[in-house]
Design a protein around this ligand. Structure first.
Ligand code: NAP
Length: 306
């Protein structure tokens, strides 16, 4: 029986592991199907404090992992198939093996929803991005598109106009889903134009290893057009990785875990950190901060039972 298991190995899970390791809780970190999380899909991270020249996402994850190991965290790669959280000890089934713990930190993150085009994954980090806050800066004076018609897409379109010379919002309908106030701001911005009723057919050009354009299909007319572009941002929503907790931990209507009093979930002894419980900020540094909180909350729970 372990004192603490941490599910997830992004900045939230690994920061929790560093703090829990230093508290002599010898945490086991279970790395899921995407070890390192969304940071491993990015290139240069310029906004994580402490790295004046920036640091590559995978390198940052590698450093956090090494730091956690130094303080006694151990790692298990595998998917958790089943959890039993009705009371401690909590039981997890990981690829057929049972792991038990007194306290659990859930830091399973969220995955950016992708469009499912063959060209999308190979070009992630090479002109295709799921995070304008992270990567907008690299597109100074360039032409970019953002796919989606919700608040995220419009917020990111506005953010991108600080850098790009032209931002095209590609939306599959002729009406935006985003809030009215956001729509007003976007319509008033001369750098933003729209490709209505349009879905990307393919991002060009995998052969060149970079984005050179977008092939669009008009869903009403069937017309195919191509636009020359330097970057494509995908903002069609995120999916919190919480399917295995359904019916056991309180979550909102979209599936994000609900926390209270710091990192506490609806089950005493189970804590949540990072994007799995945050659809607002979604930054590596806020995830790391909430991982720290979860480790401190777990340590107190193990000491005092609440
Ligand atoms: P969202 O509201 O679910 O919008 C997703 C958008 O992507 C929709 O316009 C949808 O089109 C489109 N889409 C979905 N799947 C697609 C696909 N396969 N291909 C092409 N387009 C696709 O997601 P979100 O914008 O990330 O926002 C999530 C939540 O956070 C919302 O409640 C939002 O209000 C909130 N939020 C608020 C703020 C703010 O207030 N500042 C900022 C960001 C997010 P359809 O419209 O046709 O369905």
């Amino acid at each position: 029986m372990r004192q603490l298991i941490i599910l997830g190995s992004g900045p939230a899970g690994l920061t929790a592991a560093i703090y829990a390791g230093r508290a002599h809780l010898a945490p086991l970190v279970i790395e899921g199907q995407e070890p390192g999380g969304q940071l491993t899909l990015t290139t240069l991270v310029e906004n994580f404090p402490g790295f004046p020249e920036g640091i590559h996402g995978p390198e940052l994850i590698g450093n956090l992992r090494e730091q956690a190991s130094r303080f006694g965290a151990t790692f298990l790669t595998g998917s958790v198939e089943r959890v039993e959280l009705s009371q401690p000890p909590f039981r997890l089934t990981v690829e057929g093996t049972i792991e038990e713990c007194q306290a659990l930190i859930v830091a399973t993150g969220a995955s950016a929803r992708l469009m499912g085009l063959p060209s999308e994954r190979p070009l992630l980090g090479y002109g295709v991005s799921t995070c304008a806050t992270c990567d907008g800066f690299f597109f100074q004076d360039q032409a970019v598109a953002i796919v989606g018609g919700g608040d995220s897409a419009l917020e990111e379109a506005l953010f991108l106009t600080k850098f790009a010379r032209q931002v095209t919002v590609v939306h599959r309908r002729d009406k935006l889903r985003a809030s009215k106030i956001m729509q007003d701001k976007v319509f008033a911005n001369p750098k933003i134009d729209f490709a209505w009723d349009s879905v990307p057919e393919e991002i060009l050009d995998v052969a060149q290893g970079k984005v050179t354009g977008l092939r669009l299909r008009n869903v009403k007319t069937g017309a195919i057009t191509e636009r020359a572009l330097d970057g494509v941002f995908v903002a069609i929503g995120h999916i919190p990785n919480t399917a295995i907790f359904r019916g056991q931990l309180a979550m909102d209507e979209v599936g994000y875990l609900v926390t209270h009093d710091g990192s506490k979930t609806s089950v005493p002894g189970v804590f949540a950190a990072g994007d799995v419980q945050d659809h607002v900020y979604r930054q590596a540094i806020t995830a790391a901060g909430s991982g720290c909180m979860a480790a401190i909350d777990a340590e107190r729970y193990l000491d005092h039972g609440h």
